[in-house]
Design a binder for this molecule. Structure first.
Ligand SMILES: NC(=O)c1ccc[n+]([C@@H]2O[C@H](COP(=O)([O-])OP(=O)(O)OC[C@H]3O[C@@H](n4cnc5c(N)ncnc54)[C@H](OP(=O)(O)O)[C@@H]3O)[C@@H](O)[C@H]2O)c1
Length: 245
């Protein structure tokens, strides 16, 4: 699929990895719907940057993905503005440390809602649009920890494992018009509050002995959209080898 003129909805696009994906896709001529929840100022800044630097038509749309009923409205707003959606990138994510003994039902539900339930209902909402167009791609940003979970982040890891399963199931469900693939990042952009020591440990835990970057994820997304037309149901690790370490 050539990106020139195509409409891409990216969830959680205002900052960090989502922002890098938006910039990379807009450079290829895509029109970007920047979804955000709390980061309104960042979303506005990104949208004007996309317009000024790439001439890319861009809108921002706010939705709390904990609220599944709002998802249909998000997709309708994008279709109303652009008249199409060619690519959905399920990037938004909740990543919180939850000590085993004090993990609450709310901790569990909010990870599952944002990281697994929302991607399902977003896919359900965009599928008819893509099927009418005769083409579409869905990219789920999962995590290497979907396959090798670690302690103290169980709701997060389980939600990403659910997203990994959803990726395979959607690839079967939505073929042949829509290709569905996942990217499994490793440490590409650690949370701002990680100490220097924690950063070093994360880098050393990869066979490549370094951290990646948001652009590494963006390049994988570009590949899946523009080159990977015979790929569906795949999950590509972009993790410096962390999964196999
Ligand atoms: N960074 C890494 O090294 C790494 C490693 C492995 C996997 N990943 C995966 O790669 C993706 C991007 O990573 P990241 O570090 O950039 O993610 P992030 O900063 O943790 O989160 C991305 C965005 O998700 C949105 N979000 C969170 N809760 C939401 C809610 N209830 N409703 C709507 N949006 C919500 C937030 O948007 P607002 O700010 O607008 O509220 C946030 O900016 C994620 O799926 C992550 O799991 C990242």
């Amino acid at each position: 699929m050539r990106l020139q003129g195509k409409v891409v909805l990216i969830t959680g696009a205002a900052r960090r990895v989502g922002r890098a994906i938006a910039l990379a896709l807009a450079r290829r001529g895509a029109r970007i719907a920047v979804h955000y929840n709390r980061s309104k100022a960042d979303a506005e800044r990104l949208a004007s940057e996309l317009r000024e630097s790439n001439g890319s038509e861009s809108i921002i749309v706010k939705t709390d993905l904990n609220d599944t009923r709002a998802i249909k409205g998000l997709v309708e707003a994008v279709v109303k503005h652009f008249g199409a959606i060619h690519v959905l990138i399920n990037n938004a994510s909740l990543y919180e440390k939850n000590a085993f003994g004090s993990t609450s039902i709310k901790d569990w539900d909010s990870h599952m809602d944002v990281n697994a339930r929302a991607p399902f209902f977003l896919s359900q909402a965009v599928a008819p649009v893509m099927q009418t167009q005769g083409e579409g791609k869905i990219i789920n940003i999962a995590d290497w920890s979907a396959l090798r979970p670690y302690a103290d982040y169980i709701p997060y890891c389980v939600s990403k494992a659910a997203l990994f399963c959803l990726n395979t199931a959607l690839a079967k469900q939505l073929a042949p018009q829509i290709q569905v693939n996942a990217i499994m990042p490793g440490p590409v952009l650690l949370p701002d509050n990680f100490s220097a020591r924690a950063r070093k440990t994360a880098a050393q835990a990869t066979p490549l002995k370094r951290l990646g970057s948001p652009e590494d994820v963006a390049q994988a997304a570009l590949y899946l959209i523009e080159s990977g037309d015979f790929i569906t149901g795949a999950a590509i690790p972009v993790d410096g080898g962390r999964l196999i370490a």
